[in-house]
Design a protein around this ligand. Structure first.
Ligand code: B12
Ligand code: SF4
Length: 580
């Protein structure tokens, strides 16, 4: 029987920097789980021969954060096949303009393009009508895919192959079960483009909380849907067979995955009984220390770092965004519990809540530095992300928001602030990085690590990356990679190409300046690390952040925000305030 080849080219787009060049690296630092999921789904269709016994489905998967996409080559490949399409995968709002620029080129060559991910899903889920940029895609003949694709990829491929693709697929009201769902696994060649050879998977989707700036609950729902321990074991085994045992579990809040315990128990078994050298990075909430056994089991399962959604230390800000679950009076205890388990803590901190001012932001960061034993702190602007309740409210009330989606990356001001001008807000954001990653504070973080048995070299590397990404590379650390690439011919739609005689000298200077700044930063932080290592008293270091809270005694953070702490169960009562 004559064979046909149907080619699926899956691309996870990046986005543009201020000069219109794609933010991409020789090696990225975080793998794309969206790409792994889409790859897994198409690979399953290929194995099942869903287009017929005579059709081979060839798949290619690229993460633009670590790969320069050759659009012309992709067009040639699809034309040389007997059908196929380009899938733009997991497209976030900030990546949508880049996705559209690539799609325009594919459409001009008559190639079928489907765009999925949070921008399409978030807008369709929350807005009463399609925003202009989604309409533009439809006008170009691009198909929009809203919702999750588990169990549905075969139908989509058949529609493409039969030439009956619809303009919009909307599965938002029908979320697939995760147990026994297709595994998100990428081939080794794709994973090795990520520094440290990390892979990723989602052990579940959905979060029960209601933060108003969050898009996840409006796209993936508030009910916990989760993979089984068997599924997770299989993900580990398939990856381990390719010599990959480090994983980023991308659940937005693994602590609220209702199956967290069987999953961790299985991972513990795989490590302790079968000798798998598993390393995990988890995302959790600030109440996870209250779940009996959670932190201990996470550490035993191989978790050596956690992202914690701290967001802010002012209860008024937290209540204003419905982040009621964050109880500042428990922050120190929670962070110390992770320290005790020798797990590195990353905390996200949002700047620009309505009550924030440059002074209050500076004060709060100093409080955090002195009183909370956080290792790595990362800052974000409060951003009305499409798909969130905040965005919907602004959209419906006609409040101006920045129309350029490329800026919705949490590191740009996208709307007005009631108490800060745009310049003040930007200054406060830049100062936050400088203030937290001062040499003095990096030394304190290292001293705390030495006293709690956390590996100093890891803290040294992470402090350098988080400090340097924002201040040297001018990108958020979550977008960071090693060795930035800027391709002269790949520039944002509408921006002119720079003459090579101007571009290359500029680029040479750009690289030299960056290398010099990194060299100075790394040398300083290394000297700090050597100093701490050489200190014979390092293991006995103690400060306010490492001192366990004394039962019944009032903490300074609690005193400071006493009149803002809501009267909820377990909240400390400040008697001076309560008397009013
Ligand atoms: C892991 C993660 C990261 C990782 C990895 C990112 C990456 N490159 O993959 C890191 C930490 C690097 C990261 C960074 C950022 N992230 Co992030 N991230 C996530 C997270 C937690 C999980 C992503 C995931 O794997 N989801 C599971 C997959 C399977 O879901 P999915 O992408 O929607 O894909 C499914 C469907 O949409 C559909 N689908 C998707 N594409 C396609 C295409 C086709 C053709 C088809 C048929 C189907 C289809 O099929 C998939 C399977 O069902 C999400 C939140 C979430 N719960 O999804 C935020 C999220 C996507 N991130 C977000 C943001 C804003 C960012 C940052 C800009 C800022 C930041 N500081 O966090 C940076 C950008 C950096 C970058 N270059 O990507 C936002 C996006 C919101 C929006 N409206 O755009 C989210 C939603 C979180 C939030 N704060 O609201 N992120
Ligand atoms: S805790 Fe995180 S995932 Fe859950 S609603 Fe809040 S921001 Fe969203």
């Amino acid at each position: 029987m004559a064979k046909r080849v149907f080619r699926a080219i899956l691309i996870k787009p990046s986005h543009y920097d201020e000069d219109g060049y794609v933010i991409q690296w020789l090696r990225s630092t975080v793998p794309s789980n969206s790409l792994a999921s889409a790859y897994g789904l198409v690979a399953e269709c290929a194995a099942a021969k869903v287009l017929g016994p005579d059709v081979d489905i060839a798949i290619e998967a690229y993460d633009e954060c670590n790969t320069i996409i050759n659009v012309k080559r992709a067009i040639r490949q699809i034309r040389a096949s007997d059908g196929g399409f380009v899938g733009l995968i997991g497209v976030q709002s900030n990546q949508y303009p880049r996705a559209l620029d690539m799609a325009r080129q594919f459409r001009a060559a008559g190639i079928t393009v489907v765009i999925g991910g949070f921008h399409v899903s978030g807008c369709i889920s929350m807005l009463p009508e399609l925003p202009t940029d989604l309409k533009e895609a439809l006008a170009l003949g691009i198909t929009l895919y809203a919702g999750e694709a588990e169990g549905r990829m075969a139908a989509l491929l058949r529609d493409i192959d039969a030439g009956r693709l619809k303009p919009i697929y909307n599965y938002l009201s029908d979320m697939p079960e995760m147990s026994a769902a297709t595994l998100p696994v990428l081939p080794r060649w794709a994973v090795t483009k990520v520094a440290g050879h990390y892979s990723s998977f989602d052990a579940g989707r959905g979060c029960p909380f209601q933060c108003s700036f969050c898009t996840i609950i409006n796209v993936q729902g508030r009910k916990s849907r989760y993979r089984t321990a068997d599924d997770v074991e299989q993900i580990v085994r398939v990856n381990a067979a390719q010599d990959i045992t480090r994983f980023f579990i991308t659940d937005d809040n693994f602590a609220r995955n209702r199956n967290w315990e069987p999953i961790l128990d299985r991972l513990i078994e795989l490590r302790e009984r079968d000798g798998f050298r598993i390393r995990l990075l988890l995302q959790v909430d600030t109440l996870c220390h209250r779940i009996p056994g959670f932190i201990e089991k996470a550490a035993r399962a191989g978790c050596n770092a956690v992202f914690i959604g701290l967001e802010n230390i002012n209860p008024e800000s937290l209540m204003g965004t419905k982040k009621r679950q964050n109880k500042i009076w428990e922050y120190r205890e929670m962070l110390q519990a992770w320290k005790k388990a020798k797990v590195i803590t990353y905390a996200g901190y949002i700047l620009g809540f309505p009550t924030d001012t440059p002074e209050s932001i500076a004060r709060d960061i100093e409080i955090i530095k002195a009183e909370l034993p956080i290792d790595i702190l990362e800052f974000f602007y409060l951003t009305p992300l499409p798909g969130s309740e905040d965005h919907k409210k602004l959209y419906l009330s006609g409040v101006p928001t920045d129309p350029d989606m490329n800026k919705y990356d949490l590191e740009h001001v996208c709307t007005a602030h009631p108490r800060m001008s745009k310049q003040q807000w930007e200054q406060a954001y830049n100062n936050a990085w400088t203030r937290y990653y001062s040499d003095e504070h990096v030394e304190t973080i290292m001293r705390r690590a030495a006293a709690t048995g956390i590996r100093l070299t890891k803290i040294y590397e992470l402090s350098a990356i988080f400090s340097g990404a924002a201040r040297i590379e001018r990108v958020h650390p979550l977008q960071f990679g090693f060795f930035r690439r800027k391709v002269r011919k790949i520039r944002r739609h509408g921006m002119r190409r720079v003459n090579p005689l101007v571009f290359y000298p500029w680029r040479a200077f750009d690289i030299a300046r960056t290398v010099w700044q990194w060299y100075r930063l790394v040398r300083r932080y290394k000297a700090i690390m050597e100093r701490v290592k050489a200190d014979p008293a390092a293991s006995t270091y103690i400060d306010q952040a490492l001192t366990p809270p004394i039962a019944g005694a009032e903490d300074h953070v609690v005193q400071l925000f006493a009149d803002k702490i809501p009267k909820t169960h377990g909240a400390p009562v400040n008697h001076a305030v309560a008397a009013h």
